[in-house]
Write a protein that binds this ligand. Structure first.
Ligand SMILES: C[S@@+](CC[C@H](N)C(=O)[O-])C[C@H]1O[C@@H](n2cnc3c(N)ncnc32)[C@H](O)[C@@H]1O
Length: 267
């Protein structure tokens, strides 16, 4: 993505919800990457941070692992680049999260978000048509996406709630939450899906207009949609890849995912 920014060298970056560190790795391999000298990796999951630590050993930049949520690190450091990949739909209070994020951004810094369910087009008939075209070729849609389709909700939930394997898994998750003191009472599988994939299960996704309402000090400098067949480029059969690229290049708005680059105007 060409974000047309005028950042210096020796940049600092924060990857929020870093998971295994994949988004940071991609950022480092981009044109911006060789101007980055420090990446901090933040995640609520120690297991994910452990995997990110392993990945970061190959990087030529300094990295720091931060365990917790953004609130735990307010006032700690400010960053030129903040990246959130496939995270926003997990955040219960998006307004608060983005307001905290702004306080961690240096003047003129850039916030990148990607792989968010494209709230403005989730019900788009052309998108649905393309996804059906692909699924007819036996490609499985992501689980969270299946839940958008009302005719599949019952099927999907019955798998989630019904299979013995799924029930055991969810029971263990619920037990862990009680042991960790996160919840007082057992949670049903449906409760758990509702709190983890919040902005997917509500069918609303992430909308640019909604982000604009929260990111008041920022200007949107670039945005793209992708996933025009409901899958990432790497998962598409050859013929579909060509169409995907063409839709990306013509900046079609109605892919399953959105990505945006925002620059903070303050300062
Ligand atoms: C779908 S994964 C995406 C991981 C990674 N960004 C990627 O694209 O491969 C979402 C990650 O966000 C983390 N996460 C969820 N809520 C978070 C929060 N409030 N603060 C920090 N991390 C969070 C989860 O633990 C998980 O690792």
């Amino acid at each position: 993505m060409d974000v047309g920014i005028t950042l210096g060298n020796s940049l600092t970056a924060l990857d929020i919800g870093c998971g295994t560190g994949l988004a940071s790795e991609l950022l480092l391999s981009s044109m911006l990457g060789n101007r980055i000298s420090q990446i901090d990796l933040l995640d609520t999951s120690e297991e994910m941070l452990e995997r990110a630590k392993h990945r970061a050993k190959k990087w030529r930049v300094n990295s720091r692992l931060l365990h917790g949520v953004i609130e735990d690190f307010l006032g700690d450091r400010k960053y030129d680049i903040i990246i959130c990949c496939s995270v926003l739909h997990h955040i219960p209070d998006l307004g608060r999260f983005l307001s905290d994020l702004q306080t961690m951004q240096v003047d003129g810094g850039v916030f990148l978000h990607l792989q968010d369910p494209n709230g403005d087009f989730l019900g788009d008939p052309t998108l649905k048509h393309r996804m059906c075209e692909l699924s007819d070729r036996f490609v499985r849609l992501p689980n969270w996406l299946r839940r958008f389709n009302p005719t599949r909700i019952a099927k999907s939930l019955s798998w989630k709630l019904g299979s013995r394997q799924a029930q055991d898994y969810m029971r263990r998750v619920s037990d862990e939450l009680i042991i960790a003191g996160v919840t007082a009472k057992p949670m049903s599988p449906q409760d758990i899906w509702t709190v983890t994939d919040i902005h997917c299960l509500d069918g609303l996704g992430i909308r640019t207009s909604q982000l604009r309402g929260y990111l008041l000090d920022y200007e949107l400098i670039s945005s793209r949609s992708y996933g025009f067949f409901g899958r990432l480029f790497s998962d598409l059969p050859k013929g579909f890849k060509r169409q995907e690229l063409s839709l990306i290049h013509t900046r079609a708005p109605n892919g399953l995912y959105i990505a945006g680059a925002w620059k903070i105007a303050r300062g």
